[in-house]
Design a protein around this ligand. Structure first.
Ligand SMILES: C[S@@+](CC[C@H](N)C(=O)[O-])C[C@H]1O[C@@H](n2cnc3c(N)ncnc32)[C@H](O)[C@@H]1O
Length: 261
């Protein structure tokens, strides 16, 4: 599928989830809070929230910084943000791969669980480096290979189609950061396991988050009753003693600096 079509699909999927998103964003809240605790405390900074979604964290950033910009591919997400968040935030409907801001114009780039949608990652990092001021910082979270492995494995008992997006390995992110010329201060991986009442609950949460559609999926219509039943039976194998359905997210958090050349 051409890159522009994939991006339109990502924007539409997230756009359709804009009103249900905040109610299902448990993982996003957790990782975003981790990032906030690492932010430099300079209130006059220009801060850009890349892939801001419903603007929840842009809104928090606006309580600490004077100039906050929220950027997202989805117009619907930004419409929601514009209606519900701090008036002083500027909203930009744009692509992380082509940020409509001047070179050396941003002090802090904050990005919570958005860059896993960027392909190629090196282009996204090059853009981030371009807009960062010297000594500016990029603080981000993303998801890594192994995320939703229970769901992936359960679907494999049904067919070999792609039901979960591919996630990078930590090493790929590290290499892409090196290529971009950004210096790594911290780069970590940690598993976060969330419990669900059943597989339907997990699927609903992924849908509410706009993360249920797989851009490069090769075939359609596989969620028929029989395949769903077979998949959920396979997922029963992961049931915990407490009767919960676990889903593992491999969370990557990083802080990088745009050092002087
Ligand atoms: C999982 S949501 C995270 C939203 C928000 N950062 C939060 O913490 O709740 C990912 C967001 O990234 C946006 N996104 C995905 N690819 C993008 C791209 N190439 N450029 C800009 N935004 C993008 C989506 O539209 C979506 O709103």
């Amino acid at each position: 599928m051409p890159a522009e079509q994939i991006k339109r699909q990502i924007a539409n999927t997230f756009g359709n989830a804009s009103s249900s998103y905040d109610g299902s964003a448990r993982l996003q809240r957790f990782s975003g809070e981790l990032l906030l605790s690492n932010l430099p405390k300079k209130s006059e900074s220009v801060v850009l929230d890349l892939g801001c979604g419903t603007g929840y964290f842009a809104d928090v950033l606006a309580t600490q910084f004077n100039h906050v910009i929220g950027l997202d591919l989805s117009k619907e997400m930004l419409n929601f943000s514009n209606l519900n968040r701090n008036d002083k935030i500027n909203w930009l409907n744009a692509d992380i791969h082509s940020i409509p801001l001047m070179d050396n114009s941003v002090d802090i780039v904050f990005s919570n669980l958005a860059i896993q949608w960027c392909d190629p990652l090196t282009d996204a990092f090059a853009e981030i480096k371009r807009i960062l001021k010297p000594d500016g910082v990029f603080i981000f979270s993303s998801l890594l290979d192994g995320t939703l492995f229970e769901l992936k494995q359960s679907w494999l008992s049904v067919d070999t189609d792609k039901h979960v997006i591919d996630f990078s390995k930590l090493n790929d992110i590290e290499k892409s950061l090196h290529v971009s010329g950004l210096s790594i201060s911290e780069l970590e991986q940690q598993p976060v396991v969330l419990d669900y009442e059943n597989v339907k609950h997990l699927a609903k949460e992924l849908k509410n988050l706009g993360a249920s559609k797989v851009p490069k999926r090769t075939r359609k219509g596989l969620s028929g009753k029989d395949s769903w039943k077979k998949m959920t039976q396979a997922y029963d194998g992961y049931l915990t003693e407490q009767g919960a359905y676990p889903a593992t997210y491999q969370l990557c958090t990083g802080m990088v600096v745009n050092n002087h050349e």
